[in-house]
Write a protein that binds this ligand. Structure first.
Ligand code: HGY
Ligand code: MN
Ligand code: MN
Length: 420
């Protein structure tokens, strides 16, 4: 069977998808912001569904907008083989994160259809809702609900961090046309026969080693926390220093405590970031009375990760006494690492070896929907190099050759699994 990827079409579709955004252009590359359930996101979804339907694939959406594009096999009652990723993009991101997996997955299915092969098992491409934490504060919202690891009621109550009047996911998704109980999103633990996600590496390893492809054997364990520091605000001129309980000064100590304890593990796999810092009331001449920090902490070893946050909590206890502030913490998520299916990793290796593709097995330090799809299928990921390892920036770039190669390996692997 000859699988021919239409890379020109794939390239133009990636460019079209990148156009569903409203963000000032960047001199460094194609800037994309596409927050879940915004007009840009909904228009992109409609466009993608149009491509799928034009190919004769069926399309269904669940209550949170996860979109299932299906090419029926000759034995439709068998568990399908699936691929997928996300099209939402954090502010001022690039055009390849997630979209390579969605459009590459679609092209893989189209290429197999064009080849004339008849597959036993159906193939599904899944567009997963809200992989990025931008709007609701937690990553992989759609795939968490599919996995059943996120409580439906908690999910519907998640606050829209971009809304001034505290809208919830329930309201936002309904306004976007996604109704119905979130509890119905969960899929059974053996729903798919196999799941493979194609994604840019978002790191420098493959490019540095001059490798065209990576096979992901595990995905680091992500955790997210929200720290709220409440002090005592006031007039920047009249409130004298000894009387202050400056929430931002206390927050600054937490930021440095997190960095210090992450470095102190001595492990390169421990990474910690305070990505957002909201200061209230946020006026130059007003002593900050409240600060909210969003913390992103990851490690391949969840025990080591827990050691870092425990040390930060200890520092917070001392900080509350010394600075007279109150610090509360909300655990947004604290996930386990994901291990890929040995069978699918072996399949990907053999396909690469058959076609002379040099590859490397590797850890994913970024989290992905695959982490949660692992609850409903045996999983693996295919990585392709991205220039300078850059991602979540407008200068994010993956070559068309790399995308086409990843798509071809994906199509071959899906066809092998779907023939079993
Ligand atoms: O943050 C991540 O790892 C993913 O890109 N959302
Ligand atoms: Mn991302
Ligand atoms: Mn991604």
């Amino acid at each position: 069977m000859q699988i021919v990827v239409d890379s020109e079409r794939l390239s133009s579709e990636l460019a079209t998808l990148a156009g569903f955004t409203h963000v000032e252009p960047s001199p460094d590359g194609t800037a994309v912001t596409r927050v879940v359930f915004t007009d840009d996101d909904l228009k992109a979804r409609a466009w993608l569904k149009g491509l799928a339907e034009a190919e004769g694939f069926s399309v269904r959406e669940d209550a949170v907008g996860n979109t299932f594009i299906r090419w029926e096999g000759t034995a439709p009652e068998l568990a399908a083989v699936a691929t997928g990723s996300h099209i939402d993009a954090i502010p001022h991101a690039g055009m390849y994160d997630g979209t390579v997996g969605v459009l590459g997955g679609l092209e893989a299915m189209r290429a197999l259809k064009r080849s004339g092969v008849k597959l036993r098992r159906s193939l599904e491409l899944v567009l997963l809702t809200s992989e990025e934490p931008t709007r609701f504060g937690i990553g992989c919202l759609g795939s968490r609900l599919i996995s059943g690891t996120l409580d439906a009621a908690r999910a519907d109550g998640l606050k829209d961090l971009q809304s001034k009047d505290d809208e919830t996911l329930a309201e936002v998704r309904a306004a976007a046309g996604f109704i119905g109980p979130l509890a119905g999103v969960k899929l059974s633990s053996d729903y798919y026969y196999g799941w493979i996600e194609l994604h840019i590496e978002q790191g420098p390893l493959l490019e540095r080693e001059g490798l065209p492809l990576g096979i992901v054997t595990s995905i680091a364990a992500p955790a997210g926390y929200r720290f709220t520091i409440t002090g005592f605000g006031g007039h920047a001129g009249a409130l004298l220093m000894p009387a202050r309980k400056d929430a931002l000064c206390a927050a600054a100590e937490i930021v440095l405590s997190l960095e210090r304890h992450a470095l102190a593990t001595g492990a390169i796999d421990t990474v910690a970031t305070v990505g957002t810092c909201e200061v209230y009331p946020g006026a130059v001449n007003s002593v900050p009375s409240k600060v909210v920090l969003q913390v992103d902490l990851r490690d391949t070893d969840p025990v080591r990760r827990e050691g870092v946050i425990a040390a930060v909590r200890k520092d917070c206890d001392a900080l509350q006494v010394r600075r007279g502030v109150t610090i509360t913490e909300e655990i947004v998520n604290a996930d386990e690492p994901t291990t890929s299916s040995a069978k699918i990793v072996a399949l990907l290796k053999s396909i690469c070896e058959e076609n002379g593709t040099v590859y490397q097995t590797m850890v994913s330090r970024a989290y992905h929907d695959t982490s949660f799809m692992a609850h409903v299928a045996p999983v693996a990921m295919i990585f392709i190099p991205c220039r300078g390892g850059v991602s979540h920036r407008p200068d994010e770039y993956a070559s068309l050759d790399a995308i086409a190669l990843g798509t071809r390996v994906l199509a071959t692997a899906m066809s092998r699994l779907a023939s079993e």
